[in-house]
Design a protein around this ligand. Structure first.
Ligand code: ITT
Length: 204
């Protein structure tokens, strides 16, 4: 599963999601589809400034990418914030996943009885002419004691959303879309988009 072919910037009826993470893209697409909003993947590395605020990281990257590609783009920055680790890995989640991974995080949590954590997603929608619009989504939950499940990506095998008994990786797509930080943020974007652009699929 990889990025769809890039097309010309003159494709004005599309929101372009700048991401190299095909899972993120598929999740966004599933949420936006019922709203009739078309999204495509722009498989290009976003610039990640060193900040602790996911919103600031997403905004900077979106504004830069919209100018560079001369089109309306969406950027998402997300992360897992673990209470017992004082919010770690937070904005460093991608790096931590690639380095110590799920098992490494479980090791850091070995003696912790308090296992609360949350995922957050910050979205920034930018176009070359208009100012940036931001949306956020958050899901509270706990870190499991063992990795469980094979679906999804990243820290899905160790995150149990509040009110559920399964990890995101055990639950699969419908379960993920019901609870996830990303689904919440993209639903907010969709409602804004429809309200602001009654004729969906028109350019932002
Ligand atoms: P792009 O920057 O190309 O969009 P990325 O995966 O590097 O892709 P981020 O920089 O926003 O995206 O990193 C967020 C990391 O947080 C991600 O790589 C996962 O390790 C973790 N993460 C975020 N959302 C997640 C989710 O829904 N399920 C599991 N892990 C998630």
């Amino acid at each position: 599963m990889h990025g769809e072919a890039d097309t010309s910037p003159s494709d004005k009826r599309t929101l372009w999601f700048v991401t190299q993470n095909a899972h993120k893209y598929q999740e966004a697409r599933r949420v936006l589809d019922p709203f009739g909003i078309k999204i495509r993947m722009l498989d290009y590395p976003k610039t990640e400034i060193q900040r602790t605020s996911l919103g600031e990281i997403a905004k900077f990257a979106a504004e830069e990418a919209s100018k560079k590609h001369n089109r309306t783009v969406v950027v998402e920055d997300s992360g897992l914030f673990v209470r017992a680790l004082k919010g770690f890995p937070g904005p460093f989640s991608s790096y931590v996943h690639v380095t110590i991974g799920v098992e490494g995080l479980l090791r850091l949590m070995r003696r912790q009885r308090r296992r609360e954590a949350y995922f957050q997603a910050s979205l920034a929608l930018a176009s070359p002419r208009n100012s940036c619009v931001e949306f956020a989504g958050k899901v509270n939950g706990t870190i499991s004691h063992k990795s469980a499940g094979t679906k999804g990506f990243g820290f899905d095998p160790i995150f149990i959303p509040k009110g559920a008994r399964r990890t995101f990786a055990q639950g699969g797509t419908e379960f993920k879309d019901k609870y996830s930080h990303r689904a919440i943020a993209f639903r907010k974007l969709a409602l804004w988009y429809i309200r602001t652009k009654p004729e969906t699929n028109s350019q932002v």
